[in-house]
Every structure is written in C-alpha cells, then in structure tokens.
Write a protein of this length. Structure first.
Length: 90
C-alpha cells in the first residue's frame, strides 16, 4: 500500500496568508489525480487536523484518508516523521 502524508498548507492552499481554512479546488483535484494514479491512501499531518476530523478530509481526498497524526509537539521535522510512523502503525 502506498501512503502519502499530506500537510494542507502550501499543497492544497498555496497562498501564504492567515489560515482561513479554504483550499484551492484545483490543487485538491491535482492531489486526487496523483492519489488515484498510485491508488494511494492518505495520512493527514497538517495543523488542520486540530480543527477538522477525518470525515472532512475524506470529503477532500475521495475517501482515501486512513488516519490523522496525533497532536504532539511537531516543531521539528523528525517529530512530524515520528507522528506519521505512529499513524501508520495504527
């Protein structure tokens, strides 16, 4: 199984501005094209995970979200990687 870890900001919401929790539909569609091509699943690593649940993300990503990382101190890149590893093991 191929799994992509997705952080919303900069990927589905490329404009740098205060977080208004709005995605660019065209960006989301391109992500979904890649997910379909690889028949991939998704783990959400975005800070958006603090504001939205798995159902919200599944609506964006065609029901491919298998998990959301835990809310931990993810200030360092290696912390984010540990969160993804833990989400994969679930």
């Amino acid at each position: 199984m191929i799994v992509f870890a997705i952080d919303i900001d900069g990927v589905a919401r490329p404009d740098i501005k205060p977080n208004d929790y709005k995605v660019e539909p065209g960006c989301v569609e391109r992500i979904n094209q890649v997910l379909r091509h690889f028949d991939a699943k998704v783990i959400i690593t975005s800070n958006w995970r603090l504001a939205f649940n798995k159902s919200f993300f599944n609506q964006l990503f065609d029901g491919r979200v298998v998990n959301i990382t835990e809310d931990t101190d993810d200030s360092l890149p290696e912390d984010r990687w540990k969160e993804v590893q833990a989400a994969l093991s679930d």
